[in-house]
Design a protein around this ligand. Structure first.
Ligand SMILES: Cc1ncc(COP(=O)(O)O)c(C=O)c1O
Length: 391
């Protein structure tokens, strides 16, 4: 057990015996144990377990790390354009079977969300988005004075596609986060296609942004990328991020697939940043390492099942999740839970209206982190249910 982990449990006043028992070790597959035993060094967050921002505690795969190291040479002195950036676009285009002009890259997919909203929404062209969902399009629309129609998720916490399609008439753009952050819900390929064709029919000028930042984590085989729809239909575009399953949030990389006219309008509206040579090399390596993404999905699922089960045992439920976060009904304000956890050095997600008085979003960290975090959750939830301060 690592020193920091021992200290963490000592600070918490909990014994650590048995947490990594022989039967536990034997019960895990090779990949899981590689993650578990710290073959990948965990990030140092100053003693905090940071499970608040849906980052990836494990970082990139080994081949991607090798690509980064191999790219460190005097060649980084050449930067106009940086090495590897053309290769990155070509690799993405090949992956989806589209031309290079159907791909744009940005320093994170967030830049593309901002640009897309600025390109297609305005004072008389509202944004249609969900409540709750990822916030960048909503914030970008407000920054440019575009009205925002927020459609509350349905009773199962999934996006209410009928209501969103109804609200789309005359709108500038719909933001469709699939899987959805923070609720973790997902729509399968048939549902996405039905929705997109319905909107294209009823409001042909409305652009449709399908954000697939978390799609690598889904365990529903019926879920597929909407990139073929983006290739076929004008005004439909898909965004993908390297910050989640690829474990590269700090390298800042995302991309979009769509028809050239749609992507050109997005690029003109707002700077998508400038990809550096190391990030581009890492992106190419990570896209070519499908095995690592499979392993990452499996490990995330293992951590998800452990964490959901721990909450269930404590009497709290969350929807089935297809992301690297869970949205748990803790029946108390998120702020109250967040502050109590922060006092014990675990940081969890922000408020997500309209569920800020009941639900908290918890990112799935490494298994080691979640075992520690669950001890804190137990302490906080037990203390607050008995009226004691969760400290
Ligand atoms: C749904 C969703 N889309 C996009 C992003 C932006 O990711 P990035 O800019 O790091 O690619 C995030 C980040 O958390 C997200 O949750």
């Amino acid at each position: 057990m690592s020193l920091s982990r021992r200290h963490f449990f000592r600070n918490l006043g909990l014994g650590s015996a048995g947490l990594l028992s022989t039967s536990f070790v034997i019960g895990r597959g090779h990949e899981a144990m590689a993650f578990e035993l710290g073959a990948v060094q965990a990030p140092d967050d100053g003693g905090f377990i940071r499970i608040s921002s849906n980052e990836n505690a494990r970082g990139p795969g080994r081949k991607t790390m090798d690509a980064l190291r191999n790219s460190l040479s005097p060649r980084v002195g050449r930067g106009y354009p940086p090495d590897n950036t053309a290769d990155l676009v070509a690799t993405i285009a090949d992956l989806y079977g589209v031309g290079h002009d159907h791909v744009i890259v940005g320093t994170g997919s967030g830049a593309i969300l901002e640009a897309g909203t600025r390109a297609f929404c305005s004072a008389d062209k509202p944004l249609v988005t969900a409540a709750p969902t990822y916030g960048t399009p909503d914030q970008a629309a407000r920054r440019i004075g575009a009205p925002v129609k927020m459609i509350r998720v349905d009773r199962s916490m999934g996006l209410d596609l009928d209501a969103m399609a109804d609200a789309a008439k005359g709108a500038g753009m719909i933001f469709f986060c699939n899987p959805n952050n923070p609720t973790g819900t997902v729509h399968n390929a048939a549902a996405v296609e039905k929705f997109v064709r319905r909107v294209k029919q009823s409001s042909p000028e409305t652009r449709i942004l399908i954000d697939e930042a978390y799609i690598d984590y889904t365990h529903d085989p019926g879920v597929k990328t909407a990139a073929p729809l983006a290739k076929e239909l004008p005004g439909v575009f898909v965004t993908r991020s390297f910050s989640k399953a690829h474990g590269m949030a700090g390298l800042r990389l995302g991309y979009s697939i769509g028809q050239p006219a749609t992507l050109q309008a997005i690029s003109r509206a707002w700077s998508l940043g400038s990809i550096n040579t190391l990030t581009a090399a890492a992106g190419v390596a990570s896209l070519r390492d499908a095995k690592h993404i499979d392993d990452e999905r499996a490990e995330n699922a293992r951590v998800r099942d452990f964490t959901l089960e721990a909450f269930k045992t404590m009497g709290f439920e969350a929807p089935d999740c297809h992301t690297n976060c869970i949205f748990v009904d803790l029946k108390r304000p998120a702020k109250q839970f967040r502050d109590a956890c922060a006092a014990l050095k675990v940081s969890v997600g922000r408020d997500f209206p309209p569920f800020e008085n009941t639900h908290s979003r918890i990112t799935l960290g490494s298994m080691d982190e979640m075992k520690q975090a669950v001890q804190v959750f137990k302490r906080v939830l037990t203390a607050s249910s008995t009226g004691a301060v969760g400290r």
